[in-house]
Design a protein around this ligand. Structure first.
Ligand SMILES: Nc1nc2c(c(=O)[nH]1)N[C@H]1C(S)=C(S)[C@@H](COP(=O)(O)OP(=O)(O)OC[C@H]3O[C@@H](n4cnc5c(=O)[nH]c(N)nc54)[C@H](O)[C@@H]3O)O[C@H]1N2
Ligand SMILES: Nc1nc2c(c(=O)[nH]1)N[C@H]1C(S)=C(S)[C@@H](COP(=O)(O)OP(=O)(O)OC[C@H]3O[C@@H](n4cnc5c(=O)[nH]c(N)nc54)[C@H](O)[C@@H]3O)O[C@H]1N2
Ligand SMILES: [Mo]
Length: 768
């Protein structure tokens, strides 16, 4: 154990007391009137009725603001009454809450006291309303002026021996304007140390798609889903995490499309959906969603897809029309090699390994054999594994063989998480070096950016842990709880001299800090950003590459908080003392200047101020144009991906860490997971009844979960066992309570995304 540089005795994990569980059967439909009721309940409680109604009516509307929850796009003609979902409404209520905290709150409560609470309790305190500082020998945050805060950061930055001793983290809720200024400030300061939440999220998708299709983003537009013939939803729980996607799937089904779900769990949203925007849905008639559900074992998607490809290849050998040979000949590289490789695999072994019944696999094969307008949607169930990149490449193989790329109603759909995570990357938040971006920065911004690769999330943890980084600045997020290996990450953060959180609400990363810590409170999406009597707006990019404006309308939580772009600009101005080729201050005041700069520097952006109005504009996407000229032989790449090999000993399981229905990542809105039938408790472990029997466990027994990697034992304490329909040998529990189990040094090859969905664990009954 390293010596902790801070004197504070904070609790890293907070309380693990049980909260009074109640169990019901998992629900067999999502949304409906109950969804609407839940949405309004949260809103009214947090924001009051008037504020709620005003805000909800503007959310996702043309002149309104972008929902702060997920990155699912808005339709071109949004429903005038309610273009939001239950969880979007919760996200809004959470940010626009009328509960506030300030210096008096922190005078009353020390960080030590607060750290003993749960994440749920911390979030309940409400919005932070003024800048605060935690001084080295203190356990209480106290007020600081904005100027004082900028000077303090400047002072610490100047004291570093090298710019690489500072790290600039970004969470994906920031606007393009904020992320751009932030990324450019980090570079002007001299480092590419820009980890972002994407490293823990869709980085595997970016890596796989860049390599096979030449762009790290998806290729479909929202409207493509409406008339797709088959939509595969793999490793994703849209009912909870992207509820508005269900309206798109509903349209697809009404047009005769079929939906296939590939998931160890039969997630409620994929069973039946009662669309709350339609009378029919409100009256209780839903649309059955997944036509076929393949309950694949955790991380056995590759064997499953290989089996499907083998079966399709056999059919193709007879008819020659199952694969799109004209498309393959013109656009695809590696066909023969892939066919030969497939022959190496034994169909029966693949079947046994993936754990799905053959008749279900055959049903999907029949669907795919006859149809070619295929969309594959996926999220964390594919990306957060050791072979996360290969998982996605295998699905790309399927699409390429079917010619389901670069045409209407077909293609790739990595469903993004944070509402602007894709935009942040597009405007320059990345730890690696892009030569063209650097050239443009030099040309248009007039300074030479660093050309040494920076650290990603895993690299950041390690650098702080080892003392190689001393200042840690976070544009949003909750790094401590989002990153893997919570106890290691806590030690890492506590090694820092200064940690800075630019944030809206209190979370654990504000309590487990460097020697000195700052909180710089900022506006939420829904808040009105006024400057000299005019409203300013920001832009975001949705999951499908469309850039749109977002304009808040609510009164900000306080007069003493600042917009993200403005505070970043002021910090940069203070740091450079006005002596830098970029006029930071002017940009912080006038976002049009930022957008004009983005247009020149970031790839694909053009005339953004004009074009982002209304429904916005799409950034260029080579896959939509069938342009693969940047890839070997100028073609899309088929790849050969090996089978996962989890050598599980007796009584070892694979654990996936998933989201409940009442949380947004580390922000816990409530203690229910309605669709899965769990109420008032988060410390639960979903388990197959046969496994429970063989481990001699009863419902609601208390267990500790334990992982052992490289002879380091990590333990997540006190979870209640719940019998659940999950494949034998597999377990599920919620993130972030189980992040303690994820070893910091085990992650996906190539993307370094932590293995949060396939952690090898044992469980141990707690008897006292
Ligand atoms: N309300 C709400 N919305 C959110 C979020 C939130 O926390 N709350 N988070 C946002 C963010 S940042 C993200 S990235 C997305 C996350 O969206 P999801 O990826 O849907 O979120 P998870 O809960 O991690 O769910 C992963 C799903 O993958 C399945 N799965 C796990 N392992 C495997 C596997 O090996 N194979 C297959 N085929 N399936 C598997 C799980 O059963 C689960 O259904 O949602 C975004 N939207
Ligand atoms: N075990 C496990 N770990 C995971 C995952 C998993 O599935 N399993 N998922 C991973 C994924 S997909 C992701 S994306 C990461 C998420 O990682 P992060 O993005 O770091 O975490 P969040 O919980 O989304 O951050 C929430 C905090 O952001 C701040 N915030 C909210 N809105 C705003 C805003 O508008 N501006 C600013 N400046 N701050 C704001 C609030 O203070 C809030 O407490 O976690 C990852 N970690
Ligand atoms: Mo994410």
């Amino acid at each position: 154990m390293k010596e902790n540089k801070t004197v504070r005795k904070v609790s890293i994990l907070g309380s693990n007391d049980f909260t009074g569980i109640r169990l019901e059967s998992p629900m067999n439909y999502s949304a409906g009137t109950l969804g609407v009721k839940q949405a309004l309940k949260h809103s009214f409680k947090e924001m009051g009725i008037l504020r709620s109604m005003r805000a909800l009516l503007e959310m996702n509307q043309e002149d309104g603001f972008d929902c702060p929850s997920c990155a699912w796009p808005n339709p071109e003609n949004p429903s005038k009454i309610a273009e939001y979902c239950e969880n979007g409404a919760k996200a809004l209520a959470d940010e626009a809450t009328t509960k506030h905290i300030d210096r008096d709150f922190f005078k009353t409560y020390s960080v030590e006291q607060l750290s003993r609470l749960t994440d749920y309790q911390l979030n309940q305190f409400g919005r932070i309303t003024e800048p605060l500082v935690l001084r080295p020998n203190s356990v209480h945050y106290e007020a600081i002026t904005w100027e004082g805060a900028y000077e303090l950061i400047t002072d610490y930055l100047h004291r570093l021996q090298s710019p690489d001793e500072a790290i600039f983290y970004t969470s994906g809720r920031s606007s393009n304007e904020a992320a751009y200024l932030y990324g450019m400030f980090a570079r002007a300061f001299g480092t590419n140390n820009m980890p972002d939440c994407s490293n823990m999220c869709h980085e595997s998708s970016g890596a796989a798609l860049s390599e096979t299709l030449g762009i790290g983003k998806g290729s479909v537009k929202l409207e493509d889903l409406y008339e797709a013939e088959v939509v595969i939803v793999a490793g994703q729980n849209p009912g909870t995490n992207h509820p508005r996607m269900l309206s798109a799937l509903e349209k697809c089904k009404q047009n005769g499309g079929k939906v296939v779900s590939i998931n160890p769990l039969e997630e409620t949203g994929l069973v039946n959906f009662k669309n709350p925007q339609k009378i029919k849905g409100l009256l209780g008639q839903g649309e059955d969603m997944a036509d076929i559900h393949l309950p694949v074992k955790i991380n056995e998607d590759i064997p499953l897809i290989k089996l499907i490809l083998k079966k399709l290849a056999l059919l193709d050998a007879v008819s020659d029309s199952v694969f799109d040979h004209a498309f393959i000949a013109k656009y695809v590289d590696g066909y023969e090699a892939l066919m030969q490789d497939l022959e190496k695999y034994d169909a029966q072994k693949l079947l046994d390994q993936c754990g799905v019944e053959e008749k279900k696999v055959d049903a999907v094969v029949r669907l795919l054999a006859e149809r070619s307008k295929i969309v594959v949607c996926w999220a964390m169930g594919l990306t957060q594994h050791k072979n996360g990149v290969e998982n996605i490449r295998e699905f790309v193989n399927l699409l390429l063989l079917k010619g389901a790329i670069g045409k209407a109603n077909a293609g790739t759909c990595p469903v993004r998480g944070h509402s602007n995570v894709q935009g942040d990357r597009s405007v320059g938040i990345m730890h690696y070096v892009s030569k063209t971006l650097n050239e443009r920065i030099e040309k248009h911004l007039g300074f030479i950016p660093p050309n040494k690769e920076g650290v990603d999330t895993v690299g950041a943890m390690k650098a702080m842990y080892e003392g190689a980084a001393k200042v840690f600045i976070c544009l949003g997020g909750n790094f401590l709880m989002a990153a893997s290996d919570t106890e290691y990450t806590a030690e890492a953060i506590q090694q820092c001299d200064l940690t800075v959180q630019i944030s809206t609400k209190l979370n654990r990363t504000h309590l487990v800090t460097g020697r000195t810590a700052l909180i710089l409170p900022t506006y939420g999406r829904s808040e009105k950003d006024m400057k000299d009597g005019t409203i300013r707006y920001l832009t975001m990019e949705d999951s499908m590459g469309r850039v749109r404006q977002s304009r808040g309308l609510l009164k900000p939580a306080s007069d003493d908080i600042k917009s993200e772009p403005e505070l970043i600009a002021e910090l940069a101005h203070t740091y450079f003392k006005g002596n830098h080729p970029v006029d930071w201050k002017a940009m912080g005041e006038d976002y049009e200047l930022i957008r004009a700069s983005i247009d020149k520097v970031a790839k694909g952006f053009m005339n953004t101020t004009e074009r982002s109005k209304g429904i916005g504009y799409y950034l260029p996407n080579n896959v939509r144009e069938l342009d693969f000229s940047m890839l070997p032989n100028g073609k899309a790449q088929l790849t050969m991906n090996s089978l996962p090999d989890h050598q599980l000993a007796k009584n070892e399981y694979l654990l996936m860490t998933i989201r409940s229905h009442d949380q947004f990542n580390t922000t816990v809105y409530g203690l229910d997971d309605r669709y899965r039938g769990v109420y008032n408790e988060r410390r639960v472990l979903f388990m197959n009844t046969r496994d429970m029997k063989s481990q001699d466990l009863e419902k609601l027994d208390v267990v500790n979960i334990q992982s052992n990697y490289d002879n380091t034992i990590r333990i997540a304490k006190r979870f209640l066992v719940i019998p659940y329909k999950i494949p034998k040998g597999n377990l599920a529990a919620y993130f972030p309570e189980t992040n303690v189990l994820v070893p910091y040094n085990h992650y996906a090859d190539k993307s370094k995304t932590p293995i949060s969905k396939s952690i090898r664990v044992r469980i141990e009954k707690v008897t006292d």
